[in-house]
Unconditional design. Structure first.
Length: 183
């Protein structure tokens, strides 16, 4: 990928209207042909119609998961290179995103140049986990990672995850509303 997009099709998917618009404009200024979507359904339609070469997908889009889009983007011929963005990063979701076909997983806030650089890199799940946890985790961060892993194992079902963790559903919901600790 060159410093300019040379008209390459780029898809931006984020439910935050302001962030989505700012990122789309910045990419257009760099020469990409950008389409923006603020829902999974809208993004799926754009993927079929435009067949983007590159994509930036938010992990949580409203009540939906952006990972379904990552899989769809990876199934294109040739596969689109995608970056998953999230405000609440965890090792479990990072590894899952890479396994589903994402080129990279970044936590917000992020600059456009970081996104473009990430689209040039190729990482494997083990490298993502290593980069996400370069030093031993604090107890609170380890708890957050464990909760995310259990929640992922139960398909995002909070009630089932709470039962597996041995805590009340409302307690789990409160823990999930808090921002993750840094480490």
């Amino acid at each position: 990928m060159t410093a300019t997009g040379d008209g390459a099709a780029f898809l931006v998917v984020d439910d935050d209207e302001i962030f989505c618009g700012v990122l789309a404009r910045a990419l257009e200024q760099r020469g990409y042909s950008v389409a923006a979507a603020r829902s999974v359904v809208e993004a799926q339609q754009l993927i079929v119609r435009r067949r983007p070469e590159f994509a930036v997908v938010d992990l949580r889009i409203g009540n939906d998961s952006g990972l379904t889009l990552v899989r769809q983007l990876a199934e294109l011929t040739p596969p689109a290179r995608s970056v998953v963005l999230t405000g609440y990063g965890s090792i479990a979701t990072a590894v899952e995103a890479i396994k589903l076909g994402a080129s990279q997983y970044l936590t917000k806030p992020v600059e456009v140049d970081e996104i473009l650089a990430a689209l040039q890199e190729e990482r494997q799940p083990a490298a993502v986990a290593e980069a996400a946890a370069p030093k031993p985790l604090s107890v609170r961060r380890a708890e957050w990672e464990h909760i995310q892993r259990v929640l992922s194992n139960h398909g995002g079902n909070i009630s089932a995850a709470a039962r597996a963790l041995g805590i009340h559903r409302r307690t789990l919901q409160r823990k999930l509303r808090k921002r993750p600790v840094r480490s």
